[in-house]
Write a protein that binds this ligand. Sequence first.
Ligand code: FRU
Length: 501
Amino acid sequence: RRKQFEYLVSNLKDIPKENLNKEKNSVKRSPYHQRIHIESLFGMLGDPNGFSYFNGYYHLFHQWFPMKYSTNPNYFQQGWFHWKSRNLVDWIPVGEAMNNDTVFDKYGVYSGSAIPINNKLFLMYNGNSWTNTDTDDWHRVPSQLGAYMNENDNVAKLANPLIKGPISGYTGHFRDPKIFKKNGKYYSIIGAQTKAKTGTVLIYESQNLKLWNKVGEIKTNFEKNGYMWECSDYFELDNKGVVLFCPQGLKSKGNQFLNAFQACYAIGNKLDFRNLYFEGKKYEEIDSGFDFYAPQTMIAPDGRRILSAWMSIMNSNSPLIKYHYDGCLIFPRELSVQNDKLIQKPVSEITKLYTTDYKGKRTISKNQEIIAGLVNCRDIKFDISTKYNNAISIIDLFADRKNTNHLRLVLNRMKNRFIVQRGKAGLEFEDEFGNERSCKLKVENSVSIRIIQDISSAEIFINNGENVFTMRVFVPKDQYHIFVKNVNGEVNVKYQIHQLR
Ligand code: FRU
């Protein structure tokens, strides 16, 4: 392993220009570029990092492996790429913010978060190095590191770790610090693995951002914790405490936890920061779709709690890799809590992207009907109502003219389920995790289904964000039709389609 690391290039500027250009040209050939989502310019995009508001802009960074799909494996580089925006919808690529160029982060600038401090943005992130030069038994040395970004978007790393790992009682898996301020103190919630190889999170506190003290582990009553918790977050919303985390190593259970890795949430009373007792008893997946991981939240200047996440799963065999890029972020969502459930909605700024609108109302029975559209980049709202409680309504998106291929959504009132089938939706990938996802639904007379569709993704919001399904879909350009039909009785379908951008 040491040998492998010795030849690594950790700085983009050490990579010859023509090699970088090769990567960019290859990306240009992809027919699947998104229009309203942040996606990797080249190389691989990972977790959202440092999501914050500072100096008049929203800032959103992401894990970036620029040369991950290049032909030369010596170009190892893992850092943060930086985007900023005035309004959460028009994003400007700023460029590489950090890469693995210090002793503490030599083997990866991993995920982290940000908080504005006076006229700077403070970044707290995990860096890894490896130790033990005598034997082949190498150990990961994780540290929580700091950096400041100034108003010109220049990032300067701090020389010394904020928290030097590994820490006693835990393995080298100690990462993804999420910083926040509460009652005049700074806190950081950090994912960790115990020596017994179970997942947990630790809370640290600091008065001055320099000295950090461990308060302890959050205590929960969860039945299963997996082997490691990644990308945790804690915030208070609508008078509740909310913990987000990605427990690795959960087994699938019925229709739950079907993806390779899960992103979950738990809701309880606000966390007591003296004893760290969190009484939420169970956790659920944040998103019921195929591609959602590593969530991170921030507070907008108007107080909204906004969510970003990686629209992918780890090690996916994405068809984009052959173009030398992969990965995008979800469209930002506003969160709220209702009846101990996390509710998610696309941020209202999406209306800035509206161009042409179509509206209509139809009664739909057995025969499929086509609904107009142009390009797979739109905000689609359906309202489906009926007096038949055995009605099964079907919406096909990304469909070809004959509707043989499509992404299929099924609202099954007989079984009280909403189902998404991706098996016939273009290029196959991630098949080993199955082609269907579903959730239980209390089906009222009227059900609302909203879909944020981009060239190669769909984010489906049921009943105003009670359930969400997020996924990538790779279909040819001319598969932009929408079909609706119904089995058993008939349904009234109201729809409104806003083309975007
Ligand atoms: C989650 C994760 C984080 C880590 C980062 C490295 O996807 O594994 O735990 O910080 O990715 O890219």
